[in-house]
Each structure stands twice: as structure tokens, then as C-alpha cells.
Design a binder for this molecule. Structure first.
Ligand SMILES: [Zn+2]
Length: 432
């Protein structure tokens, strides 16, 4: 049995959902502690009381560091790591000019291994402990990603991206091979260690009705899996979907008609939604995944955070690497704040932090495992340094309370703010 660790520092945890229950649902303890045993949080509370009750525990004192849950990124494309921040395109041209040529390269297993490892190290250095990723059409790209996550002890979700039309030769499968390959990968990986398989049609324009139907059938056979896709990102994309599916009531209907709408469904972007789509997403309890740096970077539009929260939609937050322009969930929270401002809602720091941790974990149906500091959860957390840079240090010093300091840290912070990241009770990057 491993020695229990007592992590002491300032702690921030959630007793509820600040976007619905108010900001008092976020709890700051200026001298809190977590007791970590066998990779899980076994107790949390006042540092001195926990120390007295557990004198045998190894004390790890983080000083003024702020212990927060590990960040959860609910929508990424790890194969696009090397093309992040590519200039000047809108969605369809961006896919054709940057994404598809790069995704082609992941047919080479050694390249897929290299990119998967590089990607996960980049996100860990930014404090992200869980991601939900698209792979490429190649089964090897899924194996590469899961092996790399396993090596690092990370809880991740991912799936083979399925496309059987409107993509270049070499980057397409068929309805049958998408079903067969996805099923084989699901059976191999789903529930192994901390890994979840996600059924992954890229989006309606690159799947025939037959492929959508086959993947809907696979989801019906495996309702325990997540399903991820894209929805209503850009207006010209929506017009294209309408021309490809003339009988569909709207974009969401191109999924709904084939059994690809459900509670464990993740719909990336969801910007330009019709009322019927909003109603159906809410009724089914599906998750909308907001990708703010991507939406401004590719010029897609402004997510209606305020209206969708008021409707009671389930919302996660994500970078959308590499359409998104950053690997950092701090930068992503900052962009969510900026877009919220443009749509009339100034998200509080506690709401931003919740969206990037517990909110995304709930979108991934992992709230019983990660996304918060709570007894029984897996010990994935960050220690933030609120004085990591001169700009941040002077701003934190001026802050009247913890939330003012956290907000400034979200707006000004980057990977330098992430002092330490712990994954399943192990320090990330530590050589042991
Ligand atoms: Zn995406």
C-alpha cells in the first residue's frame, strides 16, 4: 500500500453549479488540504485538522498555491497538434488546406505515437488532466492516443473519426468499415484503465446517411459510450448540410434521424441553433461543447452562453485544438468570458473555472470521477501560482478577494501559472 499524501494549500472546490446555483457554490478554503490515497481523494478539509487525524501521511505543502481540480477539455483533435495556429481560413477551406493533409500523416503509426505523446505533454503542462479527443480515420491513431494516455495515467476519451465522403482519398472509410473499426476499438479500449471509447462521426457533411445510420446502430448497441460530433459551427456549413440532407428539418435532425442524438451525445460548437434544435438538445440532456478560441479564430460566431444556460442546457468547455488557437484551458476560459461579454453575460471567475472542470466533466458523464475536489474522486488537480509572472503578481497583490485574483489569473495566465499538475495522485512529469 502506498503512503497517503496530505496536500496542503488554498483549495477551491464546488458544492454545486455556480452557473445555476450562484457563486456561493464555489468554496475557497485559505488553508485547506486533500488527503490522497491510492490515487483518490479520501478526505478533504481544514489542513491542521486533517494533519492531526493523519499523522502518518506524507505532507506536501504547496504554500500559497491554489489547489484546483484538473482542467477538463471536452473537445479536441489531438492529430491537429502540429498545425495549431494556421492562418487565414474559414471552416471548410481550413479543413481542406490544413487539417486533412495533416490527418493523413497519422496513417504512419510512429508519427501518430509522436504526436499523441507531444500533445498530452503539452496539455499536462497547461494543467489539463482529461481530454475528449477526435483521432483520425486510422485505427492506429486511436491506439497511439490511448497508449500515450495510459503511460501518463490520464483519464481520457477518444474515438476514430469516421468520414466516408467529402474528404480526400486516403482519409475516408466506408459505412461498414467505420462500424467495424469503431466496434473493434471500442471492444479493445472502452473501460480499460482510465480510457473511454467515443463513437465519432466527424460531422454530417463527411458522412453518408448510411454511415450515420451504421454509427447510430453501434451507439444503440453500446449506449454506455459517448458519441461526439460537430453541430452548427458556421453558416455556410449549415447551408451545405441543408443541401446534402434536403429532407432534414435542421442540422441536428441529420443526427437525430439516424439515432445520433442522446444524453451521452457531445455536440461541438452549437452556435447557430434553431429553436427546435435547442429544445431537442435540452430534452435529451445532450451536451453542447463551447469552443471559444476556435469560434473567434475561424470566425464562426458567438455562442449564446447566457441563453443556453438559462434554458438549462448541459454545457462543456473546450479548446478544439487545432481549430482553437491555444492548448490552455485558462486561455479558453478567458475567451469564453470575452464571448460572453459580447452576448451580454459577464461570467464570474467561479463560473469560468466550473465550466473548465466540473462542467466539462459533467458533459462527459465523468462527474463521479473527476472535475472537482471531493471525497472519492480521482486525484487529478493543479496547483496554481497566482504570482507566476510579473504582470500577474502585481495584479494579484491588488486583488481584494480570491475571486478577483482568480479572474485576473484566468485572463493573464498561461502554462507558467500551472505550478504542478497531479494525475491520479502522481505528479505529472515527475521521473519516478
Ligand atoms: Zn472540432
Amino acid at each position: 500500500m502506498t503512503t497517503a499524501q496530505l496536500h496542503i494549500g488554498q483549495t477551491i472546490r464546488f458544492d454545486g453549479n455556480p452557473t445555476a446555483d450562484g457563486i456561493s457554490a464555489a468554496i475557497h478554503d485559505s488553508r485547506g488540504a486533500l488527503l490522497v490515497e491510492s490515487g483518490r481523494i479520501s478526505e478533504l478539509g481544514d489542513a491542521d485538522a486533517l494533519h492531526r487525524a493523519n499523522p502518518q501521511a506524507q505532507v506536501i505543502d504547496h504554500g500559497d498555491g491554489i489547489i484546483v481540480p484538473g482542467f477538463v477539455d471536452a473537445h479536441v483533435h489531438y492529430p491537429q497538434t502540429a498545425i495549431v495556429a494556421s492562418w487565414g481560413k474559414r471552416l471548410i477551406d481550413w479543413l481542406n488546406d490544413y487539417t486533412f493533409p495533416e490527418e493523413m500523416r497519422l496513417a504512419d503509426e510512429s508519427y501518430a505515437n509522436e504526436i499523441a505523446g507531444r500533445y498530452l505533454d503539452l496539455v499536462l503542462s497547461n494543467g489539463t488532466t482529461t481530454v475528449c479527443s477526435y483521432a483520425t480515420i486510422h485505427p492506429e491513431s486511436v491506439n497511439a492516443f490511448f497508449n500515450a494516455a495510459n503511460t501518463r495515467g490520464m483519464r481520457v476519451a477518444a474515438g476514430k473519426t469516421c468520414m466516408d465522403r467529402n474528404a480526400p482519398e486516403g482519409l475516408t472509410d466506408t459505412a461498414q468499415s467505420a462500424y467495424d473499426d469503431s466496434k473493434a476499438l471500442l471492444q479493445r479500449w472502452h473501460g480499460t484503465g482510465r480510457l473511454d471509447y467515443v463513437i465519432t462521426p466527424r460531422f454530417s457533411p463527411t458522412s453518408t446517411p448510411e454511415q450515420l445510420e451504421a454509427l447510430g446502430a453501434l451507439w444503440a448497441e453500446h449506449p454506455e459510450c459517448l458519441m461526439q460530433t460537430h453541430l452548427s459551427e458556421q453558416t455556410d456549413e449549415i447551408a451545405w448540410v441543408r443541401s446534402l440532407f434536403p429532407d432534414a428539418r435542421d442540422y441536428l435532425d441529420t443526427y437525430e434521424a439516424f439515432g445520433l442524438l442522446g444524453k451521452r451525445g457531445l455536440y461541438g460548437h452549437a452556435i447557430h441553433l434553431e429553436q427546435r434544435e435547442r429544445d431537442r438538445l435540452r430534452e435529451t440532456g445532450a451536451a453542447l461543447v463551447h469552443c471559444p478560441t476556435s469560434n473567434t479564430f475561424i470566425g464562426s460566431g458567438l455562442f449564446d452562453m447566457d441563453g443556453l444556460l438559462r434554458e438549462g442546457q448541459r454545457i462543456g468547455l473546450a479548446t478544439d485544438t487545432g481549430g482553437g488557437s491555444s492548448f490552455s484551458m485558462l486561455r479558453t476560459m478567458a475567451a469564453a468570458y470575452e464571448i460572453g461579454q459580447l452576448r451580454g453575460r459577464a461570467l464570474h471567475a467561479s463560473e469560468l473555472l466550473w465550466l473548465g472542470t466540473s462542467g466539462s466533466a459533467a458533459a462527459l458523464h465523468m462527474q463521479g470521477k473527476i472535475g472537482n475536489l471531493a471525497k472519492g474522486l480521482e486525484a487529478d488537480f493543479n496547483v496554481l501560482d497566482l504570482a507566476a509572472t510579473p504582470a500577474l503578481a502585481q495584479r494579484t497583490q491588488r486583488a481584494d478577494d480570491i475571486w478577483e485574483a482568480i479572474f485576473a489569473t484566468i485572463m493573464l495566465g498561461d502554462d507558467r501559472t500551472i505550478k504542478e499538475t497531479w494525475v491520479g495522485g502522481q505528479k505529472a512529469g515527475a521521473t519516478s
